[in-house]
Design a protein. Structure first.
Length: 565
């Protein structure tokens, strides 16, 4: 429960109030018990999760809804549940760091609106039943009022286009003019500060945090102790960020003492305030570098209000594309308009510090431009990239050479990464024969029953009559894709048909998968390897792999290159 004491300053009209004490208890683990059931009246909401991430997200969402009692069945090993909950020093920090889109109610605000939290759990079998009970300073209806009242107040202050300092000063003055210190020491929330216009330091600091965050000013709620009138007691205040640095601010004491003595000070100017240990760690200090001096209004900054991205390269993106994203930062007189660029998937698209994007692979990536002034403003650009329907660099020269000789028909001048069919390879092979010999037409009827009516039947028939292919009985199976070992035989037989020379070989093969090459194909693979017409992949030939169109065109291009046809 919140601490109910304060220090009376007889010469002042108000009190200063210590921060809330969080009563966090985790029950002792109990094992070998019957399956657990939800506590309470049996009406508590129940959830099931299998990961720690889902657990903390579920807890945070229920806290947001001000659920006083709910149950989570966490299905995991005993050690995982223990390490996630019982022995995890980061549990509460992780819960209150969950980002709840569209709100400023996570982290400091949500955490400090709870006066008691308790998790107990019973482990049975392969899951733990976690019972969570908590007490809140405000109800869901009261938080709805807070959100509405804060929105109305900020609209009335009309500070959207103000500098960071201007926003902080306006909100600071608004709270001082609105709120009186609660002498009963019973009002702890931002709701109390707004609705009752009375609160202790916790309510002041929560309202300040809420309004600053809604106005786009980075802020934190700080708890600890403060020294006044010879007495040291619990207290709460804020730190805010302007530019690179953070500054201390105690709106409660500025109100109580009718002064600006505690407005935007460095640590030296806050020597009578002592933070709780979690706000003094190296990690916290690194994330919140404090200013070396008190804030000077001459160093005020005008924050980035919005960022927009545009480009002039169309909507279709292909692997290999390079283009610039143009960023427009508003307002034009923002103090720091520099941006940080990042990509959600550099394997799809990378981006440099100037917004130059390089499309590196197929898929979808989000390019983000983020303001460096601490406002958190950013803009996203989503691109979907595809592999262009052109041959890879290693195949492009051979494809071009074949096209120059009229060997590739128009319908095969695309889909270069698709597997080539047996019929398609016969078209290319027959066209090479016609090119090398100057002519070539099949004599006689159709040799296979399954090619009748095919636009490629004459090409297949010619290759059959020249002894390049045999088929499977009276079937050719034209739509089946061609394997690498089948290709080795066809190109060997093609060379023999054109040059009239023997194309079998006994050359030793260096491939680890040589035993996987079919016996009938082995002498042809040896020939293709010996002549350099086909190459393996690393230490493998991959005899049963399907040949792509561009791979087939590369092999055929090498034949022309080697024999000078």
């Amino acid at each position: 429960m919140p601490v109910k004491h304060g220090i009376r300053r007889d010469d002042k009209k108000k009190y200063w109030k210590p921060a809330v004490v969080m009563a966090i208890a985790v029950a002792i683990l109990r094992t070998c018990l019957p399956a657990a059931t939800a506590s309470g009246s049996g009406t508590a909401a129940e959830f099931s999760v299998t990961t720690y991430e889902s657990f903390i997200e579920t807890v945070a969402q229920q806290y947001m809804q001000r659920d006083p009692d709910f149950t989570i069945r966490y299905t995991a090993s005993l050690s995982e549940v223990q390490n996630s909950i019982k022995y995890n020093n980061r549990l509460w920090e992780d819960i209150f760091s969950v980002d709840i889109p569209g709100t400023t109610s996570d982290l400091d605000y949500l955490h400090n609106n709870m006066s008691q939290m308790r998790i107990s759990y019973i482990y049975s079998g392969t899951s733990a039943v976690c019972e969570l009970t908590q007490t809140y300073l405000t109800s869901q209806a009261q938080e709805k009022y807070v959100n509405s009242a804060v929105g109305t107040a900020l609209a009335a202050l009309d500070i959207d286009d103000s500098t960071v300092y201007g926003k902080i000063k306006a909100i600071h003055s608004y709270i001082i003019g609105l709120v009186d210190y609660d002498k009963t020491l019973s009002r702890f929330s931002a709701y109390d500060a707004l609705y009752n216009r009375s609160a202790v330091c916790q309510g002041y600091a929560l309202l300040m945090y809420k309004m600053l965050m809604e106005a786009g000013v980075p802020a934190r709620f700080i708890s600890g102790e403060a020294f006044a009138g010879g007495v040291r007691g619990s207290h709460a205040w804020n730190i805010v960020k302007i530019g690179r640095y953070w500054y201390n601010m105690d709106v409660t004491w500025d109100d109580s003492y009718d002064t600006a003595r505690y407005f935007l000070k460095n640590n030296a100017g806050f020597s009578d305030h002592f933070r709780d240990s979690k706000f003094t760690t190296d990690a916290f200090n690194a994330a919140h570098p404090m200013a070396p001096d008190d804030f000077d209004p001459a160093e005020d900054v005008k924050p980035v209000h919005s960022i927009s991205l545009s480009h002039d390269v169309g909507e279709a993106f292909a692997v290999g594309d390079v283009f610039m994203l143009a960023a427009v930062v508003s307002p034009v007189d923002a103090t720091d308009k520099t941006l940080s660029w990042s990509s959600s998937d550099p394997g799809v698209a990378s981006v440099d510090s100037t917004g130059r994007v390089t499309v590196t692979g197929p898929g979808t990536a989000v390019i983000k431009a983020s303001a460096n002034d601490g406002t958190g403003k950013s803009a996203d650009f989503t691109l979907t990239a595809v592999v262009p329907d052109i041959p890879n660099t290693w195949a492009a020269g051979y494809v071009s050479a074949l096209n120059g000789r009229g060997i590739i028909p128009p319908e095969l001048n695309s889909g270069f990464r698709d597997g080539i069919t047996r019929a398609e390879f016969m078209v290319l092979t027959a066209n090479i024969i016609k090119y090398a010999k100057g002519s070539g037409s099949p004599q006689g009827g159709i040799p296979f029953a399954d090619i009748s009516g095919s636009p490629y039947q004459d090409h297949i028939a010619l290759c059959y009559q020249l002894g390049i292919i045999e088929g499977d009985g009276n079937l050719f199976r034209p739509d089946m894709t061609l394997t690498r070992e089948q290709c080795a035989k066809i190109i060997s037989c093609t060379v023999k048909a054109i040059n009239g020379t023997e194309t079998l070989s006994n050359a030793a093969l260096p491939y680890a998968d040589t035993p996987l090459i079919a016996g009938w194909a082995l002498p042809y693979v040896r020939y293709a390897y010996e002549t350099g017409l086909m190459q393996g992949s690393g230490e493998s030939f991959n005899p049963q792999d399907v040949l792509s169109r561009e791979q087939a065109m590369t092999v055929l291009g090498r034949i022309i290159e080697k024999y000078g046809w």
